[in-house]
Design a protein around this ligand. Structure first.
Ligand SMILES: *Cc1c(COP(=O)(O)O)cnc(C)c1O
Length: 389
């Protein structure tokens, strides 16, 4: 059995990365469009806060780009997810199916509703929720009744499933849609990482009853902090807007609220940044896909390591590029992380799996062996859109 050639991996990285920089970030934003102009307009006019024309414009541009009926801007992706779960009526004591390989916000949003995350496994082909393994598991443990789906082991209702498009790569949505309808589960897409990613020709976020986007600083486009709720259901879209804007009843001067709403509004000055960023998104995606193609080529010939490429049904934004070590070399992961970071090349492991975090360790879960293997072997490498320009 040969050894993993760590020097060859680092050499390959350096072939692709620019050599005139002291350090290279994992993902940094780029502001080369109308950012200054639009933000200046907010300052000049005084429209900086929670209403303004850029909020409306940003929502319209998002709906247009993703092909959904309605997009509702929110203060961040986690808040958007929280509202998504409210909209599909996730309640106190419900269980919600969440991949254990995800960013903590997916599981946190479930707990904000008083519900319990139920962790499910991933598949190596997509790095996301495995619909076939989940189908088999649910057939085993779930009881579908007129009033919903129930976990035989905990007697709790299983209300929804939140597939997440890991590092921008779409999960296999068709079988998931089928499974959710069979088990009476609401489908919510955590599309926080997948703006610009398509499944069988349609933009991610169109399959869930509602979906969430994020515009955090490290995402494909950024508003500083921000997010959005996407839906093709006009009624849910209206409710999303209402709930995120303190549930105030429209009136010329009276200040009346008809629900316990949330102040999850995206400020106009952030939306201004978002409009300028969205204008550049097609260019960012093109550059990111060119970068990933370069990575694919240089890692082709190196044994023991594999550059992850999109599944054949998808066109991915390649938000964060992924190297996967062969299982037999998983004990080299930390050495490689150490060497690259010491060398000014920012690399990161996957998030610690949700079921291993202290606050979630007692949550229900299925066999998670694929996600556990991915966690041992996965390394994210520099992925900024402007890295090669
Ligand atoms: C970024 C992200 C979110 C939302 O994060 P915010 O920082 O609140 O915008 C949610 N889920 C996943 C998987 C994410 O990567």
């Amino acid at each position: 059995m040969s050894n993993l050639d760590l020097q060859a991996i680092i050499r390959s990285l350096k072939t692709v990365l620019p050599n005139d920089k002291e350090s290279i970030a994992l993902h940094e934003p780029s502001f080369c469009g109308n950012e200054w102009k639009y933000v200046k307009e907010c300052l000049d006019t005084g429209w900086v806060s929670s209403v303004g024309k850029f909020v409306d414009k940003f929502e319209a541009m998002l709906a247009d780009y993703t092909g959904v009926k309605q997009a509702v801007a929110a203060v961040n992706g986690t808040a958007a997810l929280h509202i998504c779960l409210k909209l599909v009526a996730v309640e106190q004591g419900d269980e919600v199916l969440v991949p254990t390989l995800t960013f903590v916000a997916t599981a946190n949003a479930v707990t904000y509703c008083g519900a319990i995350p139920h962790f499910v496994d991933s598949e190596e082909r997509t790095l996301g929720l495995d619909p076939w393994k989940l189908l088999e598991y649910l057939s085993d443990i779930a009881n579908v009744r007129d009033d919903g789906c129930f976990n035989r082991l905990t007697s709790r209702r299983i209300k929804a499933a939140i597939p997440m498009h890991t590092f921008g790569h779409p999960v296999d949505l068709d079988p998931l849609v089928e499974m959710c309808s069979r088990f009476k589960l609401a489908l919510v897409e955590d599309a926080a990482q997948s703006l610009g990613s398509y499944y069988k020709g349609g933009h991610t976020g169109n399959w869930g009853k509602v979906s969430a986007l994020s515009f955090n600083g490290n995402k494909t486009i950024t508003t500083g902090g921000g997010g959005a709720i996407l839906t093709n259901d006009e009624e849910l879209g209206k409710q999303a807007k209402h709930l995120t804007t303190t549930a105030r009843v429209a009136h010329k001067w009276a200040i009346v609220h008809d629900h316990i709403g949330y102040n999850y509004r995206l400020p106009n000055i952030d939306a201004a940044l978002g409009c300028a960023q969205l204008e550049q998104l097609p260019g960012f995606i093109k550059e990111k896909r060119t970068l990933s193609e370069s990575y694919r080529k240089v890692f082709e010939g190196i044994p023991g390591v594999h550059f992850y490429t999109e599944p054949d049904f998808a066109k991915s934004n390649y938000w964060l590029n992924v190297l996967l070590l062969d299982e037999r070399f998983s004990n080299h992961r930390d050495v490689l992380l150490e060497m690259t970071n010491n060398d000014g090349i920012m690399t990161r492991p996957a998030w610690m799996l949700m079921h291993k975090l202290n606050m979630f360790k007692d949550c229900p879960k299925m066999d998670l062996s694929v996600a556990e293997s991915l966690e041992r072997r996965l390394i994210n490498i520099p992925s900024s859109a402007t890295l090669m320009s």
